[in-house]
Ligand binder design. Sequence first.
Ligand SMILES: Cc1cc2nc3c(=O)[nH]c(=O)nc-3n(C[C@H](O)[C@H](O)[C@H](O)COP(=O)(O)OP(=O)(O)OC[C@H]3O[C@@H](n4cnc5c(N)ncnc54)[C@H](O)[C@@H]3O)c2cc1C
Length: 381
Amino acid sequence: MDFRLTEEQEFIKQAARDFAQKEIKPGAGERDEKAEFPADIVKSMGELGFMGIAIPEEYGGAGTSNLSYVLALEEISKADAGVGVIMSVNNSLCCDPIYHFGNDDLKKRYLTRLASGEQLGAYALTEPGAGSDAGSLTTTAVKDGDEYVLNGTKAFITNGDSCDLLVTYAKTDPDAPSGKGITSFVIEKGTPGFIVGKHEDKLGIRCSDCVSIIFEDCRVPAANIIGEEGKGFKVALATLDVGRIGIGAQALGIAQASLEESLSYSSERVQFGKPIAAFQAIQWKIADMAMEIAGSRLLLQHAAWMRDEGMRHTLESSMGKLFASETAMRAALQAVQIHGGYGYIREYPVERHMRDAKITEIYEGTSEIQRLVIARNLMAE
Ligand SMILES: Cc1cc2nc3c(=O)[nH]c(=O)nc-3n(C[C@H](O)[C@H](O)[C@H](O)COP(=O)(O)OP(=O)(O)OC[C@H]3O[C@@H](n4cnc5c(N)ncnc54)[C@H](O)[C@@H]3O)c2cc1C
């Protein structure tokens, strides 16, 4: 077993760190306050190869690995977790299903533009009545000649307003039970009947947009089906295997940022005649944060490595996402505590990290759902 990164992995990590610290971190607070989408940053990330990291070069990607994806996404999210989720959705939830399940025509028409960063993707699975129980979705797609007509509403869609296209899921067999008779489609924004609805005013990751999407007699060519008709839920679940690695890496970035801010603040803040870092109560918090972060990183990098090796990794993705997201929440809370009253003030980034951390315990499967996935996988063995 060799834990050292390869030269290429070190290069990607450093390139992401340099870009994130120079171009992303300085404006993070202002973007958070104004809920401002970072269009220029997303464009530059495309040029740097960060929008399709593990997609082969022939389809516009950087042609590296899922392990490199984790390394880069941690660095980007450390600077601004809102930018991290924009990158994660494009890589994991949009490029990945088209690459793994789409035919060559779909890859040429859509994947090349998404993975190169020329266009941005979104992923619309959740509905107002179907969140954790995504298989119970009710959006319908009815065949009409060589098109399908979609009707229904999707909720909480990240990149939904800023995207050029999205991957969505609709019931093509209305009589099929939950999780069956679902088909996955690529739909271009601007298609008549593709309506961008309400913008959500969020607690955290505020620079990313999150909207509802309404399909009203929205006609999609049959050629835009990803995989086979009726097998879409399999695509959705397989996509979440890599999506959860991405959200875990986003959480890891938030946790690492919380640790670094805590180390620096506690060495400067003087109370009772000493830097607060000299107090054991502060040292223990920092030690726990560092230990949990190291554990999260190992779990996530292991899951990514398994994916790169072509091994099944549903269990490892869920464990990595669950541990990293709960680590991020604990680390951000402790970072605020270490900053005392200043941690509660917008001027200090730990307040934003605390708000950003919470979503990692909710989307792409809540912590309760991750525990279900982990237990089911263990019991099926
Ligand atoms: C900011 C944001 C961005 C998002 N981005 C996207 C996106 O881009 N695309 C997309 O498709 N979706 C997206 N989502 C949706 C997200 O994935 C869902 O919110 C999430 O899966 C939970 O669904 P729900 O909100 O309906 O909660 P519910 O499913 O109603 O859950 C409510 C509570 O019940 C618990 N619960 C539910 N079922 C069980 C069970 N069987 N056992 C134990 N506990 C259970 C949950 O864990 C939770 O605590 C986003 C959400 C947010 C807030």
